[in-house]
Design a binder for this molecule. Sequence first.
Ligand code: CA
Length: 243
Amino acid sequence: MRALVVEDDPGIASGLAVSLRQAGYAVDVCSTLETAWTALSVEPFDVMLLDLGLPDGDGLDLLARLRRPGERGLLPEHLPRSDMPVLIMTARDGVSDRISGLDSGADDYLVKPFDANELLARLRAMLRRASGRSNPMIEHGDLVLDPAHHTVHRAGEPVALGGKEFALLLTLLQARPQVLSKSRLESALYGFGDALESNAIEVHVHHLRRKLGESLIKTVRGVGYFIPREGDTPVAPPVSGPP
Ligand code: CA
């Protein structure tokens, strides 16, 4: 899961980034509307946390621009993210801000200062709704993944996964049966400033196969990786590239 934090208060922004990274998100922080729009235009974020009072304008303008069809200026492969879940962060007395925010297409809001655990729970609920699930657990055969507690069980037995392994498994399960390219997976797991080895995704896939069985994650040579649904054929990704 890749999160974009748009917040100009450095203390709040770094606190949010720490909490989100501890919860397994890849996090990027922008402090202006302009840099946030640039980031949204080049990377497929899964969720955005949006402050409203920013140095170069109102966060609601960014939200409106994101939600407006045809004027998003995004790369075609990223267009679907115009329905990306957005949580706005408002001041305590900003009742009208919250109403405007929800009416402008925000999915939820939190009043500053807020508890990190509540934020993470709201993000999980938003992402669950966005993927059309009501069940907080993600199940696949005898595999059960719990996004809230970062646990994975196979046939009732716990499986210990590293943070990036968990994030990769979650991303593939949520996208199933779609094939995701290596670059799409890198974007889901790593922020702009994160160190990234060129074979990182291959290494994580290798570890997941060793821990969960060779047959779970399929490779489409030259295209990417996917987890099939039973009886499904894979859906081609929007962009192809070497896995
Ligand atoms: Ca602000």
